[in-house]
Design a protein around this ligand. Structure first.
Ligand code: S3P
Length: 171
């Protein structure tokens, strides 16, 4: 079984993915990490050197490579569900969970980790919440196609384990 975690930047996908991987024994696949390992460049530098559409093409390829893994917890990038037919792919190949967090909290979290996020480099601190809100309006129609939507403000892995009783538990 494959679980795809989707949601905006800083919604907690990577963190939750590691925790679920520990609990289930399933491999943790973080698409951004795989991208950086494979192409030996940070996502940030890639955006600066090339462009977003090249990133999206490579990101889609990495997503599709997960097809060869029977079991995995996959942490996607914030934009992954919003390009090509990636959302359809994830739902066909596993269970998709949207970690929903409100714009105010996302903006607060993102102030601290902006450096690593190419799409936020030029956003002034006072504009962050409005920017997130605007982008969420565009992205949520994709995120909301997930099989499960969970309020991820205070997400605990146990909640997902209950939601998906078919997941094994190794610890
Ligand atoms: C992006 C989110 C990032 C990364 C890239 C683009 C986005 O992943 O894939 O910077 O479009 O929202 P995280 O959601 O893990 O920050």
């Amino acid at each position: 079984m494959k679980v795809f975690l989707v949601g905006y930047m800083a919604s907690g996908k990577s963190h939750l993915s590691k925790e679920l991987s520990d609990l289930t024994g399933y491999p943790n696949i973080d698409l951004d990490d795989i991208f950086e390992e494979r192409y030996r460049i940070s996502v940030n530098d890639f955006f600066n050197k090339y462009d977003e559409s090249s990133f999206r093409r490579l990101e889609q390829e990495l997503l599709q490579e997960t097809e060869s893994q029977p079991n995995a917890i996959v942490s996607t990038g914030g934009g992954t569900p919003c390009f090509f037919r990636n959302m359809e792919f994830m739902k066909m190949n596993g269970v998709c969970i949207y970690l929903r967090v409100n714009a105010r909290i996302l903006a607060e979290r993102l102030q601290n980790v902006k450096r690593k996020r190419p799409l936020l480099q030029k956003v002034e601190p006072g504009d962050m919440e409005a920017m997130v809100r605007k982008q969420l309006e565009i992205r949520e129609p994709f995120y909301l196609q997930a099989d499960h939507v969970i309020d991820a403000q205070n997400i605990i892995p146990e909640l997902i384990m209950k939601l998906l009783p078919e997941l094994p538990r190794v610890i």
